[in-house]
Design a protein around this ligand. Structure first.
Ligand SMILES: O=P(O)(O)OC[C@H]1O[C@H](OP(=O)(O)OP(=O)(O)O)[C@H](O)[C@@H]1O
Ligand SMILES: O=C(O)c1cc(=O)[nH]c(=O)[nH]1
Ligand SMILES: [Mg+2]
Length: 197
């Protein structure tokens, strides 16, 4: 799957939104990828995650456990794990911090991959990695459908992306006039009531 093919899947799903968005990081952007419009279509999700799984296998070899940050990472994490023949678990926020809950455990020696939907600053991916630090498995790396930093972000482990695309974002006090003229919308879940950080 080429970068254009990946973008075409997002576009066909109506997931490529334009406007004035407040990202999870608090930064502002004229573009938002509404990944849930992609994930509502299991066939589309399977196509994207099959391509991601192939890249993962080429870069990291065998994977036993996929761990994803809720909410956005759960569906691509599950489907990528299915394609890799791995288990899929997720971290979710408790008092603002990602944690493995529900009795999820990583077995000793398991080869672990973090799978994310979108990376912008990489904070969510890093927080997920922090949440599983000290587990008895071996973290081989991270994988993401779309890296909006265009490959610039450092998540602390090797990162494989299906699409590396630089999308501009801005500090809230340094908006270009065309963005400042639009009302801001915050679509993500970080920072909503009950989910601090
Ligand atoms: O690289 P970052 O700057 O951390 O931004 C990317 C993160 O933002 C979104 O999650 P969000 O926190 O909006 O919540 P969601 O997964 O529930 O949509 C997305 O799913 C990534 O996890
Ligand atoms: O940075 C984010 O919060 C973000 C960007 C994006 O395009 N899509 C998304 O779900 N989150
Ligand atoms: Mg997320």
């Amino acid at each position: 799957m080429t970068p254009d093919d990946v973008l075409a899947e997002f576009r066909a799903a109506g997931a490529l939104l334009e406007g004035h968005f407040i990202l999870s990081s608090g930064r502002r952007s004229p573009v938002f990828l509404q990944k849930m419009f992609v994930f509502m279509d299991p066939e589309r999700t399977a196509r994207l995650c099959a391509a991601l799984a192939a890249k993962v296998q080429a870069s990291f070899g065998k994977v036993d456990y996929v761990v994803s940050p809720a909410v956005g990472g759960i569906v691509p994490g599950y489907e990528t794990a299915r394609q890799l023949g791995a288990k899929a678990i997720f971290v979710e926020r408790e008092d603002g911090q990602f944690k493995l809950r529900r009795g999820f455990e990583i077995p000793k020696g398991a080869r672990v991959l973090v799978v994310e939907d979108i990376v912008t600053t990489g904070l969510s991916t890093r927080e997920c990695l922090t949440a599983i630090e000290g587990h008895p498995g071996v973290t081989v790396g991270a994988a993401v459908l779309v890296d909006r930093s265009g490959g610039k972000v450092d998540v602390g482990v090797p990162l494989v992306s299906l699409l590396s695309w630089f999308v501009p974002d801005f500090a809230a006090d340094a908006l270009p006039p065309e963005l400042a003229a639009l009302p801001p919308i915050k679509p993500g879940s970080r920072g909503i009531q009950g989910a601090k950080a």
